[in-house]
Design a protein around this ligand. Structure first.
Ligand code: MG
Length: 247
């Protein structure tokens, strides 16, 4: 049995340009002055981290920031909505998920820095929300490294089965997606469909490195997923693959 934990931005869906606008609008309204996210890295970070850094760069002190943060997160969750023409599945994702959802030994779930309501809004806009019954989110913990254990606990609750680290696969487009599962011994699958370059992902030494998620057989082969009949797939292909090393 495999628990597949998918990141959203840059992984399940193509990067959405309006994230910065939403945060700048919400924080500007809350603080009563223009707030810029310039210089704040978004990729692989949790929403609380992004909001905190933005407020610190805007000149607020640590104590003010810790007071503002819960309100800012709530306003952000209320404000950030996404139209269906704004959120597009990454190449190959829809077909891959359709395949994976029919495999009895696979459980799909989320691991994302988005707060929960924003995560499901984005997926709903891309008509993929129904595929992910649970996950771990930026509202669970600001530190992404804490999210895999939270997701595993929810998987135990949902499936009635514990998932040890070697049965957990974390799929994401940033270096933070690669490193967050190290403590629990999860398999990391880095995919170069977001803001982080293929070379930079390779430098972070993921277990599997893919250009994109268009090759279903390759994905299943590299993550050790068997099909519904329990037959191991051996159809190794090199179509979209560059380096893939399973440690
Ligand atoms: Mg991402």
């Amino acid at each position: 049995m495999k628990l597949l934990l998918f990141d959203i931005d840059g992984t399940l869906v193509k990067p959405i340009g309006s994230g910065r606008e939403h945060i700048e609008y919400v924080l500007g309204k809350l603080c009563g002055k223009p707030i810029s996210t310039e210089g704040v890295a978004f990729s692989g970070r949790t929403d609380p981290q992004i909001l905190e850094e933005t407020l610190l760069l805007a000149g607020f002190g640590p104590k003010q920031v810790s007071n503002l943060l819960p309100v800012a997160l709530a306003h952000y969750a209320d404000h950030a909505t996404y139209a269906s023409n704004e959120v597009h599945p990454s190449d190959g994702v829809r077909a891959l998920l359709e395949h994976l959802r029919n495999i009895e030994t696979v459980q799909l779930a989320l691991l994302t820095g988005n707060v929960r309501v924003t995560a499901y809004r984005k997926l709903s806009a891309a008509r993929m929300d129904h595929l992910f019954p649970f996950g771990a989110f930026g509202c669970d913990h600001a530190d992404r490294n804490r999210l895999p254990a939270i997701a595993a606990a929810r998987a135990l609750e949902y499936c009635g089965k514990a998932f040890p680290g070697h049965e957990i696969v974390i799929i994401g487009d940033s270096v933070h997606d690669i490193t967050c599962g190290l403590d629990i011994g999860a398999l990391s699958v880095a995919v170069a469909t977001g803001y982080t370059s293929y070379q930079d992902l390779r430098s972070a030494n993921p277990d599997v490195l893919l250009r994109d998620l268009t090759d279903i057989d390759l994905f299943c082969n590299q993550t050790g997923i068997n099909d519904r009949a329990g037959t191991k797939k051996n159809s190794y292909t090199t179509g979209n693959l560059c380096d893939q090393t399973v440690h």
